[in-house]
Design a protein around this ligand. Sequence first.
Ligand SMILES: *[C@@H]1O[C@H](CO)[C@@H](O)[C@H](O)[C@H]1NC(C)=O
Ligand SMILES: *[C@@H]1O[C@H](CO)[C@@H](O)[C@H](O)[C@H]1NC(C)=O
Ligand SMILES: *[C@@H]1O[C@H](CO)[C@@H](O)[C@H](O)[C@H]1NC(C)=O
Ligand SMILES: *[C@@H]1O[C@H](CO)[C@@H](O)[C@H](O)[C@H]1NC(C)=O
Ligand SMILES: *[C@@H]1O[C@H](CO)[C@@H](O)[C@H](O)[C@H]1NC(C)=O
Ligand SMILES: *[C@@H]1O[C@H](CO)[C@@H](O)[C@H](O)[C@H]1NC(C)=O
Ligand SMILES: *[C@@H]1O[C@H](CO)[C@@H](O)[C@H](O)[C@H]1NC(C)=O
Ligand SMILES: *[C@@H]1O[C@H](CO)[C@@H](O)[C@H](O)[C@H]1NC(C)=O
Ligand SMILES: *[C@@H]1O[C@H](CO)[C@@H](O)[C@H](O)[C@H]1NC(C)=O
Ligand SMILES: *[C@@H]1O[C@H](CO)[C@@H](O)[C@H](O)[C@H]1NC(C)=O
Ligand SMILES: *[C@@H]1O[C@H](CO)[C@@H](O)[C@H](O)[C@H]1NC(C)=O
Ligand SMILES: CC(=O)N[C@H]1CO[C@H](CO)[C@@H](O)[C@@H]1O
Length: 804
Amino acid sequence: MWFTESKSVVRSLVLLCFSLTITLASGSNAISANQSLSGDQTITSEGEQLEVGFFKAGNSSNYYIGIWYKELYPNPLSIIWVANRETPISDRFRSELKIVNGNLVLLNESKSQIWSTNITTTTNTTTSNSTKAVILDNGNLVLRDDSDNLNEPLWQSFDHPTHTWLPGAKLGYNNRTKKSHALKSWRSDDDPAEGIFSVELEPATREFVIKWNGSRQYWTTGSWDGRSFSNVPEVLRMGYNYNFSYHTNENESYFIYSVSSPSIISRYVMDVSGVIQQFAWSESNNKLNLIWFQPKIQCDVYALCGSFGICRQSQLPLCNCLTGYKPKSERDWNQSDFTGGCLRKTDLVCGRNIEKPDFLKINVKNLPPNNSVAVGSAGECRTICLNDCSCNAYSFVSRQCLVWDGDLLNLSEDYGSGNTIYIKVASKDLPRRKKSNLVKMGVVVGLVGGVVLVLGLLFILKYRKEKVSVGKRTMEGLLVAFVYKELQIATKNFSNKLGGGGFGSVFKGVLCDSSIVAVKKLESISQGEKQFRSEVSTIGTIQHVNIVRLRGFCAEGNNKLLVYDYMVNSSLDTHLFSGNRVLNWKTRYQIALGIARGLVYLHEKCRDCIIHCDIKPENILLDVDLCPKIADFGLAKLVGRDFSRVLTTIRGTRGYLAPEWLSGVAITAKADVYSYGMMLFELVYGKRNTLPCEDSRSTFFPSLVANVLNEGGDVLSLLDSRLNGEASDEEVTKVCKIACWCIQYEEESRPSMSLVEQMLEGVLGVNMPPIPKYFTLFVDSPEPIVFFSNSPSNGSSQVYSNPR
Ligand SMILES: *[C@@H]1O[C@H](CO)[C@@H](O)[C@H](O)[C@H]1NC(C)=O
Ligand SMILES: *[C@@H]1O[C@H](CO)[C@@H](O)[C@H](O)[C@H]1NC(C)=O
Ligand SMILES: *[C@@H]1O[C@H](CO)[C@@H](O)[C@H](O)[C@H]1NC(C)=O
Ligand SMILES: *[C@@H]1O[C@H](CO)[C@@H](O)[C@H](O)[C@H]1NC(C)=O
Ligand SMILES: *[C@@H]1O[C@H](CO)[C@@H](O)[C@H](O)[C@H]1NC(C)=O
Ligand SMILES: *[C@@H]1O[C@H](CO)[C@@H](O)[C@H](O)[C@H]1NC(C)=O
Ligand SMILES: *[C@@H]1O[C@H](CO)[C@@H](O)[C@H](O)[C@H]1NC(C)=O
Ligand SMILES: *[C@@H]1O[C@H](CO)[C@@H](O)[C@H](O)[C@H]1NC(C)=O
Ligand SMILES: *[C@@H]1O[C@H](CO)[C@@H](O)[C@H](O)[C@H]1NC(C)=O
Ligand SMILES: *[C@@H]1O[C@H](CO)[C@@H](O)[C@H](O)[C@H]1NC(C)=O
Ligand SMILES: *[C@@H]1O[C@H](CO)[C@@H](O)[C@H](O)[C@H]1NC(C)=O
Ligand SMILES: CC(=O)N[C@H]1CO[C@H](CO)[C@@H](O)[C@@H]1O
């Protein structure tokens, strides 16, 4: 892969080549006026974290001067800056980086200057002897004059960022040159030249925007209010080690951010895929973790797939050429550089009827910009486009005929949008040719015949079903469609009840293959069979180590059952609140982390994103190793990946739902975060939050925790007394802080589950949470739990509602 050449190439070779220039002493952090850097030589920052030298980009054979994290090298993510991004060299041993006339310059194989810091020097060659380039521990390569007492850098790489923004570097706008210091993506993984995506500051509105080709904006942070950006409240508001600040004066306007400790490796990167990413190094898993990125929906990146390319969010690769089109450059396409776009496979030579044009119908999220408008019916619209050689596509929407002449950009597939667009393609490149009327007729006759046949078959099947033998099942996708009779036998006619919930009772059962299952018999499901099947098949695709696996289902008339893996260790509440067996702290922490991971999967990773809506200890099952599994998707709501879309309708069982559900307030994934936070308190407390605690300051445990944290009190004293204080102080404090963040009144103040996961993993630090608003208002109220309706009756159906 990267840097295939061994780094231990013999140094004497270098000395031979450059016997006239003095080469670098190893371990140096600077290039002085009489030195040069070449071949595999590097300079290293004093703290040994960063290195400057020649590196090879991806699988290309080109070399570039760059700055990288020594520890991560040669991982492509280690590169934080590139000097000659547009002008690579091929032989690094014959090229040199040196100081010439007060500038740091790169000379290629034939000693031509191909890159320079380009400062106009007032200094003479004599004084330039004291100019040197130094790599600092913060990743800044500075050119400075040691004889200059001010020691102000003459030039610094921080002022010329490439695709990375580091802590301590300014990112903003120069009011004197009227230029933004944009982060510009690489062109591809193998080519650091400026790509098509950039992120830059809009000084007027104090927001960062991501742009395509320097013009088309497709994502924004929203404006800065002094504490956070309006579209990214959580990461910045909560801080999590990152401290952003905005500065402006007559010369420049910029943002700068700092991290709490210089040892934290953190960076923002404008990626080749048009996504801005934030990485942080974690000691705990020894890797650079992606902790934040935008836009969340990759297909929202403008024109990601180039002209005539289509983006499909649920497929890999994301980009494909439209049917009848092929990549302009197969090489770029193979390297995941889709921006070049696609061409017709068969050229439609205009005026001469060599190739017959036809139209490919697709449904897209947004119709591409730049459309001319004509009039007519859909048929006329089609004819207009067909007869116009330059017309590449048409669409007939709201009685308007839209036609497109140029390249079609930014096509993102979406069947639900109703935006149908017809793209001109050579007829022979479409999968099926147009049928003649006679053929059409034949198809119709055939179809009718087919339908009759199918109906007949169905009838026979239905008739035969009466006699179906026990154990006969079919597969539907990943799921087994069970026959009711079989489940009846497996559960000994539903005799061994494991528990009950809002949606029905759960029974233990043994299948014929002697595997043990939990069978949930759903009650009062008004859904029709079809809707039920479609919902169940969605649930069936959810597979994660922290989520209970659905094995199958049964839908026969009013009998609707779900069959799950059986969990030996029952649910979390039995261990936490009543169990004879006390879970130790380590196990509790792992359970908290496992549930967080399961929820991250539900919220962000699986194809149809799901808000659980009923997170509580009863719905966390424990397997034989006490690994937590989230159960009960009875109330789960399917939402699109777009989290701005919220739920406004519910189809669950009334009476089991939190007040704001019934009041019709929109529910987002943050409702799960809230419930999760409440559960974290119970993991610490070992009792229901709703049970009053002895401490006189507060009767409600979460409120007590919030107060103790803010007073800097002893958090360990709050721990479940059964643990006898046997727990890590640091971990208990962390869990309490996270729990407090999760139950913040404002949804946007609560972290996402992926942030929670990273905080528990130790990738992110956790700032001190503010005391949730309702605690400060009602802390002395005798009934603080008024916010938490449906207090448990026999500990079975507690709902952690979301206060509003
Ligand atoms: C290179 O220059 C620096 C200062 O300009 C000087 O201190 C050093 O001795 C020189 N090195 C050699 C090998 O001449
Ligand atoms: C380099 O090539 C190898 C094998 O051809 C491939 O697995 C790898 O992903 C490539 N790396 C990059 C950065 O393109
Ligand atoms: C070095 O750069 C010069 C100017 O850009 C160019 O003409 C020359 O071909 C380059 N030499 C090599 C060996 O690439
Ligand atoms: C340096 O400046 C000159 C003219 O001012 C310009 O032509 C050249 O492209 C610049 N080089 C770099 C590397 O910025
Ligand atoms: C540059 O050198 C000349 C003599 O060679 C001298 O007169 C002049 O003052 C120097 N300029 C600076 C800025 O040092
Ligand atoms: C700078 O370097 C030149 C030649 O390398 C030398 O003649 C001159 O004395 C040096 N000047 C200083 C101030 O070191
Ligand atoms: C990007 O913008 C430049 C001018 O700003 C234009 O010439 C070029 O065609 C654009 N690229 C694409 C792919 O549209
Ligand atoms: C955040 O940064 C600003 C300016 O850089 C500084 O004044 C402030 O003290 C910092 N805050 C924290 C919590 O580090
Ligand atoms: C930018 O510079 C102009 C003069 O060039 C000045 O009028 C303006 O106030 C400056 N902007 C800021 C934000 O200071
Ligand atoms: C702006 O730039 C001018 C010229 O370099 C400088 O004198 C002035 O101090 C700068 N202003 C600020 C606020 O940095
Ligand atoms: C691109 O990838 C395809 C399939 O992986 C391969 O057949 C083709 O030769 C590649 N083309 C280039 C130019 O690398
Ligand atoms: C909607 C849109 O972007 N329309 C533009 C299409 O291109 C013409 C020029 O060719 C512009 O004038 C339109 O504004």
